[in-house]
Every structure is written in C-alpha cells, then in structure tokens.
Design a protein around this ligand. Sequence first.
Ligand SMILES: NC(=O)c1ccc[n+]([C@@H]2O[C@H](COP(=O)([O-])OP(=O)(O)OC[C@H]3O[C@@H](n4cnc5c(N)ncnc54)[C@H](OP(=O)(O)O)[C@@H]3O)[C@@H](O)[C@H]2O)c1
Length: 304
Amino acid sequence: MKDKNWTRREAILAAGAMGFFPRLGLTEERKMISRPIPSSGEELPAVGLGTYSVFDVSDTAEEIAIRQKIVDLLLGEGGSVIDTSPMYNRSERVIGNVIDAGSPRKAMFIATKVWTNGRDAGIEQMNRSARLMQTDVIDLMQVHNLRDTDVHMQTIRDWQQDGRIRYNGLTHYTKSAFDRLETAMRKHKPEFIQINYSLGEPEADQRILPLARDLGIAVLINRPYQSGRLFRAVSGESVPDWATEFAASWGQFFLKFIISHPAVTCVIPATSKPHHMSDNLGAGFGPLPDDAMRQRMIAYMASL
Ligand SMILES: NC(=O)c1ccc[n+]([C@@H]2O[C@H](COP(=O)([O-])OP(=O)(O)OC[C@H]3O[C@@H](n4cnc5c(N)ncnc54)[C@H](OP(=O)(O)O)[C@@H]3O)[C@@H](O)[C@H]2O)c1
C-alpha cells in the first residue's frame, strides 16, 4: 500500500475495505442528520416515527412483525425517536410487543405523553405507559395537548428527580393553540415542545419556532404530512427537477422542508408500511434545501 498521510475518514473507509471495523466504516458513511437537545447536548437523529393510528393494531404475529420491521428500519438507519401516547389506544402496548420480539429498547428514544386530568390519574397513566412499553425510564414525557399542564409538569419533574423520566415536554397539533402554547413555554420552560409544522401548515415559523430557539427548547414536529393530505395535494405530479438533488420522493421533499428549519430537532412521520419508513428515513441523509430553495418549495405548493 502506498505510504500516505491518511485523513480520519480515509483511514476508516480503508479499514472497512480491509474487513476491520466494518460497522464503523458504514456508520461514518451513512450517519443520519442529527441535532442537539439544547438542555443536555445529547444528539437526536432528525427522522423518527409517529404511531398515532398506525400502531393501534391487534397483537397478532403478522401485525407485530410489520411494526417490528418498521422500528428495525428506523433503528438500522440510526434513527431512534418513537412518539406515542396513551391516547393512541393499543400503540404503547404494540411498542412493548415489538421490544418483546427483540427490537433493542436501548437504541430507542421513547417519547410518550400524559393525557388526563389530575395528579393521581396522571401518575397512574404514566405508570401504565412504562409498564406497557416495558421500560423503567421513559426518555421523554410530554403533556398531551396542554391538558392539565401545571399539574403534570410538576409530576414529570418529580419523576425526573427520581430518574424515571429523562426529559419533559408539551405538545399540541393545531395553530389555534399557539397562544396557549407560547404562554406555557414561557411559564414552564420545557425541554421539548411538539407541534405541527409542514408545507401545508407553516404557521409555527412565525412565533413558536423562533421562541423555541430563544428559550433553548428542542422541537419535535408532528403531522409532517398533514396526516397524508400533502400527498393528495401533489397526486399525479412528479418531484420537480430543481428538487431532485435533495429529494428522491415527495415524502423526502416534505420532510426536508421541515428538517431544514434551524429550530427543528426531529420530525416524526407516522407510517404503517415498511417501504414508507425507508422512504421517510431517506430524508435524514444528504443535502438539505437552503433558504432560497425553501421559499421555492413554498411557492411551488401554493401554485398547485
Ligand atoms: N397532539 C399531539 O401530541 C399529536 C397530534 C398529532 C400527531 N402527533 C404525533 O405525530 C405523528 C405524525 O402525525 P400524523 O400521524 O397525524 O400524520 P403524518 O405523519 O402527517 O401522516 C401520516 C400519513 O402519511 C402516510 N405516509 C407516511 N409516510 C409516507 C410516505 N413515505 N409516502 C406516502 N405516504 C406516507 C401514512 O400512511 P401509511 O400508513 O400508508 O404509510 C399516513 O396516512 C403521530 O403519529 C403522532 O405520533 C401528536
């Protein structure tokens, strides 16, 4: 082999080619875009998974195998965030089934929610979530739709002291709640918020996303496809030529618009299909649109 001064990257790739550290070479080559959680500096991969309705299935071997495939694809590409809620009926139980079937809990960042009124009911619900997902420590506990926020934030902080929850957060899914969310962000200074933001619902970029940056709050984005509506808006159209350098599909076009916002930490598209999970994960790699391109994307959607 010719003598040379190796860069770190070249050395890793060469080691991979020679059969050493094959995973390291692969990881170096395909590292998903990630963002730090402001309160800790921990890096979160930018594409995760939502489970509303799509994980609310019976626990037959066939249904669980499909969800396990989806989760394993997520983890296999370096993703980790799985968002759920007791409001999503059987979803938490199905996540527990997937862990039972062998998907590594350690590689997951499990985000669930508390969605009830009153301290005791909240504690009972959070205990149930932990039990269903077979997890002693929940990575992120969010107050779902700002329901009884003051009460639950106190409990969540108590559990954080006890090491049973790692991060706290607040969620909502509609712009009509942005005033209330803003008030709660200023009052509680949560570590995370979760809100709707997409090419179909871009209003969060007016006040909520800049405020999250100012206050040092991580941001999960829900409804990235407006629950599928965005795909219907482009039905029959191909991804425009000017976007193909960063988006190989409509899914990646929509998700990269979101990820390229500097306040966004992670986007959580929901899917019941492994091939859609693979498509969504593609948005975690490669170039992101710059400001000018983002404006073009907005103009394009408005022209449809
Ligand atoms: N208040 C809250 O806290 C709140 C509210 C709303 C949502 N959320 C969270 O955010 C997550 C995402 O929001 P969402 O479930 O409303 O909807 P979404 O992620 O905007 O859209 C999901 C829809 O898109 C389809 N889809 C996914 N990937 C696709 C792809 N690559 N190509 C084509 N179609 C694709 C799915 O169908 P297939 O199954 O066929 O893939 C599904 O119908 C929820 O699951 C939940 O975890 C939280």
